[in-house]
Each structure stands twice: as structure tokens, then as C-alpha cells.
Write a protein that binds this ligand. Structure first.
Ligand SMILES: [Zn+2]
Length: 169
């Protein structure tokens, strides 16, 4: 059972702009195009054009550092970007700590919006090797209004630079 019952869509405007910003602002994502995945045909929010996977492995210390800085920048620019949810993994020694960061209703959690909230391990396990971010809103055949959010590229790139994403190789 998929989440998206409609036709396969192109990238929504917010995903399109996020991709441009990450390619320009984060060297490892600009030089390796395969690290940003958006559309796939599995009846998911990816099929809807509302989601992106940023392939940075939480088990690789260098990629994890870059991923954490990207997440900080995404949280700081949320007011302009209005993404709905983000999923990734932290490590407590050898133990994975799966989390999501809710950004828009209907997401949320006991730790509050724009904070790390625990997520189910079955969902979390899939997100050890990539950050998932989306503009999804549980509508199985229609984009939510916030998927058309644009105009955040300059602010996001500035924030990525402040976080120091280019200082890691
Ligand atoms: Zn994903």
C-alpha cells in the first residue's frame, strides 16, 4: 500500500529549489549528483515529488558531520522553507538513535516542533544512510500548499556556509 495514489509527479517547487541550494552550497552534493534522490516510482511521497533523500551515511564520521550541519541549517531556515518532516539517525556509541524533526502539522511529537523526536525503529533503520526531508501532508493525491514554497535558496546557502559545510572534505 502506497501513500500516493495519484500519477507520478515532477519535483514540487520546494524540492526543486532545495536541490539547487544543496548543490551550490554543499561541495560533496554538488560534485556527486547521485547523492540527491527525489522521484521514485514506489507509490510513496517520493512518487508525489514531495520528498528528497540526501545520501550522507550517519555511520561515516565525515558524512555525518556534513549531514548534521545541513540539518542545523534546514532547521534555522524553516520559517522560509516550510518543510514538513525530516528523518535521520544519531549514534550513542554503537547504538543507533532514530529521530525525526517535525516542521509542519500534522507532524509533531512530544519533544515539540523543530526538535529531535524519537521515531519508530522500523522507520528509522531505513534512514541510517540518508537524511529524508519532505513537504508531505498525508493527502494521497494532492500537493499541500506549502510544497510550492520558494525563495529560500539564498538564505539556506548563507546558513549552510555559516554552519561550515564546505570545511569538511
Ligand atoms: Zn525518503
Amino acid at each position: 500500500m502506497g501513500e500516493w495514489s495519484g500519477e507520478s509527479q515532477g519535483e514540487c517547487p520546494a524540492i526543486k529549489e532545495l536541490k539547487e541550494a544543496l548543490r551550490l552550497g554543499v561541495p560533496i552534493l554538488g560534485s556527486n549528483k547521485g547523492k540527491l534522490g527525489t522521484i521514485r516510482n514506489d507509490g510513496s511521497r517520493h512518487t508525489a515529488g514531495l520528498a528528497m533523500d540526501i545520501m550522507l551515511d550517519s555511520r561515516d564520521p565525515v558524512e555525518k558531520t556534513i549531514a548534521d550541519r545541513i540539518i542545523d541549517a534546514l532547521v534555522k531556515t524553516h520559517g522560509q522553507m516550510k518543510w514538513a518532516d525530516l528523518i535521520y539517525t544519531d549514534w550513542d556509541g554503537k547504538k543507533p538513535v532514530y529521530f525525526h524533526i517535525p516542521g509542519m502539522p500534522p507532524y509533531g511529537g512530544k519533544n515539540g516542533m523543530l526538535k529531535k523526536n524519537p521515531t519508530k525503529s522500523t522507520l528509522g533503520m531505513k534512514h541510517q544512510n540518508h537524511i529524508h526531508i519532505d513537504w508531505w501532508a498525508y493527502n494521497p493525491n494532492k500537493w499541500p500548499a506549502h510544497a510550492r514554497t520558494t525563495g529560500f535558496k539564498t538564505a539556506l546557502i548563507a546558513e549552510l556556509q555559516k554552519e561550515g559545510v564546505e570545511s569538511t572534505k
